[in-house]
Design a binder for this molecule. Structure first.
Ligand code: ADP
Ligand code: MG
Length: 692
């Protein structure tokens, strides 16, 4: 249950007087509608005002506060309608100017002979002083006009004063919490208490609080990092505590497979497999992330792992994001399964046909050893006889709690995820901190060179004539058309148009695939490419993940400037897999933004996916890198993964310590930390601890 002290922070702002449903819905869309959402909505800049005793040239463009007497008012009739009040301040006249305000409101506020306190930016025009749309017009300086004020991201219909009034109300009920951060760290960083940081950031009292803003913000960013790392580490410990039967295995199938393979495993592949076998052979459930660059050979690692559980008398499942990829993996496994004497099946699509029913019943009767497919294989209607391992390949969109749910579903199943592309360490910590990590940092030997060049789009004809030479040498080409918009229909046009124009040069040599095709069509067209009947494949990014056609050695990416770095790296990863030296041609439009230039240069300079992923985080931000922008899985309110990398590391170490020493969050330290988890909406972890 939620600690009582947090109750006020869960109140809804709708009950604040002067807010009501209209403003509530505006604020809700901006940040949320609970008190704590408001507290954690950070300002982006601040204003400093100065009370002045007389007008000086040096105050022009500064925010000033003064009191003066209204000497005249008038409103123009032509548009834009101006309402002007002249205010006498000492010996100077200052015009207060509004555009298009209600006359009745203006005349009610500015009455000739009244004394008013006014604040705004002083300007000089035609040697006269003026303030356009003042920030404050009050009867008394002391009562309302703040000397220091913060500005927030706003939304249409919501002004600063309205939001500030809500923040003030919320801060009034902010409790003082027991400290959850290690005191030594607090001291060394000179951080204030949580409530002090919040108060001072929203309502800075003096110059000193303004100056301390970065330190105060850093404390809150750390709080957010710690809450996330603690939640993930608690889940990790909790998962490990799930007891299962250790899987013992005699390695006869794996030995056989090694003898059948045309290559030897790399050192990296062997090391990762040792991690995996150790987990499978333990009483604790495996939950492991395998990180390897494109082409490092993850599929075969999955195969060996699945064989291990088959040898131990269990079934295994390999889940991939697309049907095309399922088919490819199935074909690869099929090459060896007969020799190994194991049964594998492919399960794709939603069709409720007889064949599918037959496969499902075989799976439930234990007549299938390994099942390969899309997420169809983890649906409710798929009952396993004794599932021992789930391998998820190239699947980023699976969040922490989805992974947990999957793991809890089958009592004896271990669980591993293979990432499509390297992920920077900070993102590993914030998004996969619930898993153990194995890294494959080596590619199979004798891989051919991949050269990357950038070519201006207006030289596309040169590219076409060079292709024509390559085709004569029996080479094969991927031609990728960009996402025009988030619309498959428009992509399809790009692909068809390009295929048509290339067809003029290379009649009957072009195959196409895009997302709008039926599975059969895709498979058929891809096969024509694989069998070299048609040596050019024009496609959308559907070929981005996992496709393995070692023969193809030329990759052309149109409008490469529109792609993100990790995506370009993934696409380029489709070549350089066979014997022939490979070339990646990035076609770009001449109107290049700086970021796009930076990306293309990075692509030219390096093939190292780990390096590229760091750069991508820097240029694009975490949401797009992980494809989680829509899922909302790891969006942080305060923490910035680029500037606060070190905080994430510190938080992770701290969270590891806590989750090992005090996994149930007992005692006073524990209850302080629970408050933190609730504050930053990581409380699902708290529920888990109780179950566990
Ligand atoms: P990833 O999924 O990591 O991008 P794949 O598993 O598709 O890479 O492997 C890429 C290619 O390398 C495949 O054709 C695969 O058969 C081959 N391969 C895998 N391991 C080795 C190895 N140790 N030596 C040579 N080739 C390998
Ligand atoms: Mg792969």
């Amino acid at each position: 249950m939620r600690p009582k002290i947090l109750e006020p922070l869960y109140y809804n702002i709708q009950n604040i007087s002067g807010i009501g449903p209209y403003y509530t819905s505006l604020i809700k869309n901006l940040v949320g509608d609970r008190y704590k959402d408001i507290l954690l909505h950070m300002p982006t800049s601040s204003i400093k005002r100065k009370i002045i005793n007389n007008v000086l040239e040096s105050q022009i463009n500064q925010k000033i506060i003064f009191t003066g007497i209204i000497t005249s008012t008038w409103t123009t009739y032509k548009k834009p309608r101006m309402s002007i009040a002249t205010v006498k301040f000492k010996e100077t006249n200052i015009s207060i100017i509004y555009f298009n305000v209600k006359k009745i409101w203006f005349e009610g506020l500015f009455k000739k002979g009244n004394e008013l306190a006014i604040s705004g930016t002083l300007q000089k025009r035609n040697s006269k002083y003026q303030i356009v749309h003042p920030d404050y017009v009050e009867n008394n300086i002391k009562t309302r006009i703040p000397l220091f004020e913060t500005l927030y991201p706003l939304t249409k219909g919501l002004n600063k004063n309205k939001l500030s009034s809500v923040i003030q109300k919320v801060i009034n009920v902010l409790p003082s919490f027991e400290e959850w951060i290690d005191l030594k760290l607090i001291k060394s960083k000179k951080w204030p208490k949580f409530d002090e940081a919040i108060k001072s950031i929203h309502f800075p009292r003096n110059q000193k609080s303004l100056d301390q803003y970065p330190i105060f913000l850093e404390r809150l960013a750390y709080d957010e990092a710690l809450s996330r790392q603690l939640a993930l580490n608690l889940i990790r410990v909790h998962k490990r505590k799930k007891i299962k039967k250790a899987k013992n295995s005699k390695a006869f199938l794996r030995k056989k497979l090694s003898s059948l393979l045309p290559f030897k495993l790399t050192k990296s592949q062997n090391n990762v497999l040792l991690d995996i076998y150790k987990d499978l052979n333990s009483n604790e459930k495996m939950s492991r992330l395998i990180q390897g660059d494109v082409g490092s050979g993850k599929t075969i690692v999955a195969f060996f792992s699945l064989l291990y559980v088959v040898e131990s008398g269990y079934q295994g499942a390999l889940m991939v994001p697309t049907e095309i990829l399922s088919q490819q993996h199935y074909n690869f496994f099929k090459k060896y399964s007969d020799g190994l004497g194991i049964k594998i099946e492919l399960l794709i699509g939603k069709e409720k046909n007889l064949k599918k029913q037959k496969i499902l019943s075989k799976v439930s009767n234990g007549l299938v050893d390994i099942i390969i497919g899309t997420h169809a294989i983890i649906q409710k209607n798929v009952k396993f006889k004794n599932l021992g391992l789930v391998v998820i390949d190239e699947q980023h969109r699976f969040g922490v709690y989805q992974r947990l749910a999957l793991l809890q579903k089958s009592p004896d199943a271990d669980f591993m995820v293979m990432t499509a592309t390297p992920i920077p360490r900070t993102l590993i910590l914030t998004n996969y901190g619930d898993m153990d990590l194995s890294i494959m940092n080596e590619k199979p030997l004798n891989r051919p060179l991949i050269k990357t060049i950038t070519v201006n789009n207006n030289k596309i004809n040169d590219v076409i004539s060079s292709i024509s030479n390559s085709l004569k040498n029996g080479e094969q080409v991927f031609w990728v058309c960009p996402l025009v918009q988030e619309s498959e229909n428009i992509d399809l046009i790009a692909v068809e148009t390009r295929a048509k124009s290339l067809n003029n040069y290379f009649p009957n040599q072009i195959s196409i695939i895009h997302g709008k095709m039926s599975y059969e069509e895709k498979e058929n067209n891809l096969n024509q490419f694989i069998k070299s009947q048609k040596p050019i494949l024009v496609s959308t990014t559907v070929i981005e993940v996992g496709i393995d056609i070692p023969k193809a050695n030329i990759m052309i990416i149109e409008h490469a400037e529109r792609f993100g770095l990790s995506q370009l790296h993934q696409l380029r990863g489709r070549i350089g897999r066979g014997m022939k030296d490979s070339i990646c041609i990035l076609l770009y439009d001449k109107k290049l933004s700086n970021v796009a230039k930076n990306r293309l240069t990075t692509m030219k300079n390096t093939n190292d996916g780990f390096l590229i992923s760091e750069k991508d985080l820097e240029l694009r931000g975490p949401g797009e890198l992980l494809g989680t922008r829509q899922s909302g899985e790891q969006s942080f309110r305060i923490l910035d993964l680029n500037t606060h990398k070190d905080l994430v590391e510190i938080a992770n170490n701290e969270a590891k310590l806590i989750s090992n020493k005090n996994p149930k969050l007992l005692g006073s330290q524990g209850s302080a930390l629970k408050n933190l988890l609730y504050l930053f909406d990581q409380d699902k972890a708290v529920e888990l601890i109780k179950i566990g």
